[in-house]
Structure formats: C-alpha cells, structure tokens
Design a protein around this ligand. Structure first.
Ligand SMILES: NC(=O)c1ccc[n+]([C@@H]2O[C@H](COP(=O)([O-])OP(=O)(O)OC[C@H]3O[C@@H](n4cnc5c(N)ncnc54)[C@H](OP(=O)(O)O)[C@@H]3O)[C@@H](O)[C@H]2O)c1
Length: 282
C-alpha cells in the first residue's frame, strides 16, 4: 500500500506523514510530493520517497503518482490558482491509476459563504465527476491561525477581527493530520464527507480571554467592520488580496460558517481535539 501526500513539505503534510508512521505505515511506503525537494531533505533521510512535482506541472504529477494506491490531496496555498492546480492533480491521478483520494476541503463547502470556499466546492465537484473513489475532509479553521495574533495582543492588549459574536469550532493542525491518517489507513471512507470541527466553540472574545491567560496580560477583542479590518491587516503588511480574504473569512465566522456541531474529528482521532490554549501556550 503506497500512500502519497501532496504539499508534503508544508505544516499539514509533515504532520500527516508523521501520523501515518505512527499508525505503522513504513516510511518507504509513503510518497512525499513537494515542489522543492531541498525542503524535504529530512523526509528523504528518514526513508520517505520524495518526488518533485509542482501542482502546475501535469507531466511531473503523473510521474510522481506512479504506483500510488491512495493520495492525500492537500489543497494548494495559492488562492485563485487552486482549481486548475487541483484539476491537474486529479487528472494525473486518473492517468496513474491511483485507487482513491482524500481531499482537504472546508467546512460545509457546498453552502459556505466564505470566498475561500469557492475553489473547494469546485474541487469537490471535480472529484465527484472524476469517477475516482474519494473522501472529503472538510477541515475547520486551524487554531494555529491565531498564532499571528500573539504579537499584537502583547503589544496592544488587543485582538482585532470582524467576527462579531460568531463561534468557530477550531482544532490544531495535528488533529486534522491524524484524522487524515485515520482515513488513509482504514477502510470504509470512500464516498464519505467529514465535517471536521473541534470540540471548543469559541467567539473572538473567548479567544481574547485565552490570549489573556496564555500571555498573563489583559487582551480585549476589538470588533471592526469587515472593510476596516481588511485595512488594519494591510497596514500590518498583509498583501491586499489576502487581507480581503481574511476579512471575508471573519465575516463568515460571524455568520457561523466555521462552526459545526458534528463530532467527526473527535471520532476519527479517537480523542478530544486540541484546545486553543494548548496551541497558543506552546
Ligand atoms: N483550515 C485552515 O485553517 C487553513 C489555513 C490555511 C491554509 N489552509 C489550507 O490547507 C492547506 C495546508 O495547510 P498548511 O498549513 O500545511 O499550509 P502550508 O504549510 O503553507 O503548506 C502548503 C504546502 O503546499 C505546497 N504547495 C503550494 N502550492 C504548490 C504548488 N503549486 N505545487 C506544489 N506544492 C505546492 C507548499 O509548497 P512550498 O513549501 O514549496 O511552498 C507547501 O508545502 C493550505 O495549502 C491551504 O489550502 C487551511
């Protein structure tokens, strides 16, 4: 059984490869697909098969997927480019005879108001039309997304956002990685859509409270209109298009789009999900 992971040099990819090994998959049965093999030298040294392919390179993807039974398709990070990139990967998987694909989507991709969800919804459609056996891992927000708020919280005693009083059910990347490893190493997941959210349902005021506890200083949540928050992000050096995406995501959180009452994540990993305080405390 050969399992390939795309985006393998990234955070989720690395954690998933570690989780696969913890589940007993030998390093030599894991294929790490990366665009820059230098970033995966440690994986190669550990015996993982490292293969080079950019999501934009169909021929390299076909080559990289040769002999692969199961593919973990980690969505690309170049927002706006992802549908053609994912199309290349799915077509390469078809050509290489890959048996099944697990794809990292977003919570409630088919109905989500988030701008980020459009490429995920289209990729889910692509997979449905591909005829390939597949599993949708609709990941919620990583708690690690709030690590970038720590410096501002320390300096200004504030967490800025545009999420109102909306709750989100985040979890640690490691939780999502372990869920992926569970799906890749056990049977019964083809055709299944998992809505993966954490056990905690926090508002941004709750997140400010967690920051206060972790930092030992008072942090208050400052709720801003969406456009104003985008401007604050740009002022902090976030490129304008990404600032718009982040502010739009906060508006989605305000509407409850990153919350879920499902317990698929907890069930797949066989333990409670990681708390925000543990992620930020680390
Ligand atoms: N649920 C959430 O809260 C959340 C938050 C952020 C992102 N995401 C999504 O989840 C994915 C995984 O998250 P992560 O934290 O592991 O992100 P990450 O650390 O940025 O890793 C993404 C990986 O994808 C690779 N990649 C990007 N474009 C590629 C291309 N054209 N060809 C080949 N490889 C490419 C990157 O390669 P390089 O190392 O060469 O750059 C990187 O290794 C992201 O890509 C994004 O789609 C989810």
């Amino acid at each position: 059984m050969t399992i390939a992971v795309t985006g393998a040099a990234g955070h989720l990819g690395r954690l998933t490869i570690a989780a696969l090994q913890e589940r007993g998959i030998p390093a030599g049965d894991i294929v790490a697909i990366v665009r820059d093999t230098a970033k995966a030298a440690d994986l190669a040294a550990a015996g993982v098969q490292v293969r080079a392919a950019d999501y934009a390179d169909p021929a390299a993807l076909r080559e990289a997927l040769t002999g692969v039974d199961k593919l973990f398709l980690i969505s690309g990070s170049e927002v706006g480019q992802r549908l053609p990139q994912h199309t290349n990967i799915v077509e390469a998987a078809q050509a290489a005879g890959v048996g099944s694909i697990a794809y990292t989507s977003i919570l409630a991709a088919d109905t989500s108001p988030l701008a980020l969800a459009a490429e995920h919804k289209a990729t889910e459609q692509l997979l449905a039309e591909s005829g390939l056996a597949h599993t949708l891992l609709r990941n919620g927000w990583y708690w690690e997304n709030y690590e970038s708020a720590v410096d501002t919280a320390k300096a200004a005693g504030a967490l800025f956002g545009a999420a109102g009083t909306g709750r989100l059910a985040g979890a640690a990347r490691k939780d999502f990685a372990e869920a992926a490893a569970a799906v890749l190493t056990t049977d019964g997941h083809n055709g299944v859509t998992y809505e993966l959210g954490g056990d905690e349902h926090l508002t941004y005021s709750d997140i400010a409270d967690v920051l206060s506890r972790v930092l030992g200083t008072e942090v208050t949540y400052k709720d801003l209109p969406q456009a104003e928050y985008a401007t604050v992000l740009e002022g902090a050096g976030v490129p304008a298009p990404f600032a718009q995406v982040l502010a739009d995501s906060d508006a989605g959180i305000a509407a409850g789009a990153l919350d879920t009452d499902g317990h698929d994540l907890r069930r797949l990993i066989g333990r409670p999900t990681t708390k925000l305080a543990d992620v930020l405390g680390a």
